[in-house]
Design a protein around this ligand. Sequence first.
Ligand code: ATP
Ligand code: MG
Length: 444
Amino acid sequence: MARPETPKPIRGTQDLFGESARRHHAVVEAFERVRRLYGFQQVQIPIFEATAVFARSIGETTDVVSKEMYTFEDRGGDSLTLRPEFTAGLCRAYLTEGWQQFAPLKLATHGPVFRYERPQKGRYRQFHQIDAEVIGAAEPAADVELLVLADQLLKELGIADGVTLQLNTLGDSETRDAWRQALVAHFEGHRGDLSEDSQTRLDKNPLRILDSKDPRDRPIADAAPGIDDHMSSEAGAFFEAVTKGLDAAGVAWTRNARLVRGLDYYRHTAFEFVTDRLGAQGTVLGGGRYDGLIETLGGPHTPAVGWAAGIERLGMLLEEPAAEAIEAVMVPMGEAAEAVALGLVAKLRRSGVATDMAFKGNMKKRMAKASASGATYALILGDNELSEGKIIVRNLVEGQQATASIESIGSMPLSLLWQIPTGSASSTGAQYIAEILKGGPGAA
Ligand code: ATP
Ligand code: MG
C-alpha cells in the first residue's frame, strides 16, 4: 500500500525546537520575572473572539482588520476571529468579566496571535506576543511604568544596547483633529505620488500614511508636518509628564514626531522600541495609550495604556541561550541494576536533581549518552556494584570517580558523594568502567 502523503505545515507557522524553543522560553521567562517586579497580574484569555471585538476596537480601516485577520464562521454560524493581538480581547474581558471593580488593573499575558501576512524573517502568520496593559488609569504615571517595564525587560534580556525607544504623542482629540487637517492638506498636494494603499488611507485614515512602509510614500511621509504645532496645552503637559518620568527612571528615549501606530485607537503616548539588527522587521515592541477603545466595545469611558512585543523578534536578538543541561545520568548495566536504577532516578528527581537514565545499547553507548547530555555526573550501577550495595559516581567534568553507597543517592548532594574518599571501596567496578571508557576489553 502506498504511504499517504504527510500533510505540510501551514505557511507562516513555526515548530519551535531546540535553539528556537530556548530563545522563545528565555523571552517568556524574563517577562514573567519582570512583570512580577512591577505588580502586573498574569491573565489568560481566549485565542478567538467574536469578530466584532477586533473589528470595532482596532478599526475597520487598519491593515490588521482589513487584510490580516483569520476570520471564519463556526458551525453555529457565528463570525469568529483568531486574535491578531491581545488588547481588544483584554478590554472585552475587562467589561464582560466585571474586572472594572479592580481598576486600575495591571495585566500581563503572552501567547500566540494570528495575522495573515506575507511570511518572511521575523514575520509569521502565527507568532507570539508578550503583552502588558494598565486599564483604568488616565495618569501619565501609568505610561511611564509600562515604558520602564519594557526597558527593564530589554536590559534583562541583554538586548537593550541595540534597541532604541522612539516616543511620540498623538495628542488629545482636539490636537489630533487639528494635526489631521494639516496632514490631509499636505498629502492632498502629493496625492498622485502616493501608493494606491495610501491614496485610500488619505480618504479614510490619513495619519496612517505616516506609518507606511512603501518606498513611494516614505519621502512624502517624512516631509509631513509634525504634531507639535497643533498641540493643546493639556496634551503638551501630558507628554511632558511622560518624558520627565522616563528621565527620572533613567530610561533613554528619542522623539520621533512621525511615529503613529497602526491601530486606530491610540491617543497621547505612542511608542516603539526599534532596532536595525532585524532588517525590515525592526520594531520589536510597540504600544501606547488607547483611551477611546473601551467605549467602542460599549463600555464606559476608560483610559488605558499598553504594549505588545513579538517574542520571535526579541528572541532573535538574544545571545544564544545555553542548552538545558541535566545534572546526572544514571547508567545501569544488567536487569537487576536497571530495576534498582529506576528507583534511584525517581528518588533523585524528587529531591530536585535533574536526572536522565541511559537505557539503550551497551555500556559504551550509555556512557556516550551520559557525556553528550552535558551532565556533570554519571551514576554507574553494574551487577558488581549492586551486590556490594555501591554505585559509582563519576564526575564527567573532572574525569574522576568515587564509589558511594546506594542509599546515599538522592539523600545528599552528588557533589558531596563524589568528594567522599573511598579508600575502602572495591575498585573492581571502577576499573571496569575506566577500561570501557578507554575503549578497552569490556567496550564491545
Ligand atoms: P509591523 O510594523 O512589523 O507589521 P505592527 O505594528 O503590525 O508591526 P504591532 O501590532 O504593534 O505590530 O505588534 C507588536 C509587535 O508584535 C511588533 O512590534 C512585532 O514585534 C510583533 N509582530 C507584529 N506582527 C508580527 C508578525 N507577523 N510576525 C512576528 N512578529 C510580529
Ligand atoms: Mg503589521
